[in-house]
Design a protein around this ligand. Structure first.
Ligand SMILES: NC(=O)c1ccc[n+]([C@@H]2O[C@H](COP(=O)([O-])OP(=O)(O)OC[C@H]3O[C@@H](n4cnc5c(N)ncnc54)[C@H](O)[C@@H]3O)[C@@H](O)[C@H]2O)c1
Length: 345
């Protein structure tokens, strides 16, 4: 079975006779280093497990301010190729990120019931700024995938930090919104009783509430919905993170589905880095598609990051309204991130 959509060349057979056996046919880069910053957290641990389970990674560097040695020792016993190194605390950050082809940042606090993603800003902004600054110094050419919320602000923060170090390349900094696409695929397939592996729904905009814009009219295969159902599904996709936060009742936000989504994005990026053509993922990047500076749309990935922005495509009127609803909030979130870096000491 193919573990991730789009990873056509990775043929994976899972859970055979209580062991994990894999048949692999891949032309991907053989020596990729992937670094996870926040690797001991709710997302960091399962994400690192999925990355350890792919032959696309040869070195998995795990960094956190706590518990990294245990997570690294645990994962290092798995009988797969990737060498695992654990790095704990700021003095070990340089070694963790140096030479990384991809750095993923899930470090920071998650939501509790009643909180918006923006409520996390005060804590997470400085965490992302500091980690991005280390990347700008020690692996300025890395592909940086930011998971830490509020993504609508943390991506501008990382971008400004890279600019301050004179190493900014907008094609290499991504806010990982893949979970919105994963959720949209699941909910739309369920609504029509379809095989979810054959359903693909672009989700554009940002990664919080009304800024999440599912383009159900562009679903593959084409599906038609009465307007009321389309609206209900769109709102569910926008609020799906809150469903998980409420169900976890104070114990955090989505971790397992986010780990899956983060791994899906990373595998696509690794394959693109290796020269595989046609890898497309949506992500929140510097963009000229709308009047706001950062916006998620489907992106063609390549060895240098964003190869081509595939744009918004044809919209129905309802989706135009969703974009109009999203832009003011996106603009405010982006400005908040940029101002934070301007005011940093
Ligand atoms: N992009 C998305 O779709 C998406 C989805 C779910 C959650 N998130 C976000 O991901 C983040 C992490 O969520 P979680 O559930 O894994 O949280 P968590 O609290 O379980 O884990 C966070 C980890 O970050 C570590 N950490 C804190 N400060 C650090 C620093 N300065 N350097 C390195 N590591 C540091 C902590 O020690 C902890 O291990 C949150 O901000 C959450 O909102 C994003």
């Amino acid at each position: 079975m193919s573990l991730f959509r789009g990873g056509r060349q990775i043929v994976t057979t899972l859970l055979v006779n209580n062991s994990i056996k894999r048949t692999l046919a891949t032309s991907a880069k053989k020596d990729a280093k992937v670094c996870v910053l926040g690797a001991a957290g709710g997302i960091g641990q399962p994400l690192s497990l999925l990355l350890k389970n792919t032959p696309l990674v040869s070195h998995l560097a795990l960094y956190d301010i706590a518990h990294t040695p245990g997570v690294a020792a645990d994962l290092s016993h798995i009988e797969t190729k990737a060498k695992v190194t654990g790095h704990m605390g700021p003095s070990e950050l340089e070694a963790a990120v140096t030479g990384a082809d991809i750095v993923l940042i899930p470090a920071g606090v998650p939501r509790k019931p009643g909180m918006t993603r923006d409520d996390l800003f005060n804590t997470n902004a400085s965490i992302v700024a500091n980690l991005a600054d280390a990347c700008a110094q020690f692996c300025p050419k890395t592909m940086l995938g930011i998971i830490t919320n509020p993504v609508n602000s943390t991506v501008p923060i990382a971008s400004e930090v890279f600019k301050n170090r004179g190493v900014y390349d907008p094609k290499r900094i991504f806010g990982i919104t893949t979970l919105d696409i994963v959720r949209a695929n699941t909910f739309i397939a369920e609504a029509r009783g379809l095989d979810v592996s054959k359903v693909s729904v672009p989700v554009i905009g940002g990664h919080s509430g009304v800024t999440i814009i599912p383009l159900i009219s562009q679903t593959t295969p084409p599906l038609s919905f009465p307007q009321e159902e389309r609206e209900r599904l769109s709102r569910r996709i926008q609020n799906a993170g809150t469903e998980v936060v409420e169900a976890k009742a104070g114990a955090g936000s989505a971790t397992l589905s986010m780990a899956y989504a983060g791994a899906r994005f990373t595998f696509s990026m690794l394959e693109a880095l290796s020269g595989m053509e046609g890898k497309v993922e949506c992500a929140f990047v510097r963009s000229d598609e709308t009047e706001v500076k950062y916006f998620s749309t489907p992106l063609l990935l390549g060895p240098n990051g964003v190869e081509k922005n595939l744009g918004i495509g044809k919209l129905i009127e309802y989706e135009v309204e969703l974009i109009k609803e999203a832009l003011p909030e996106l603009e405010a979130n982006i400005k908040k991130g940029e101002d934070f870096v301007k005011n940093m000491k």
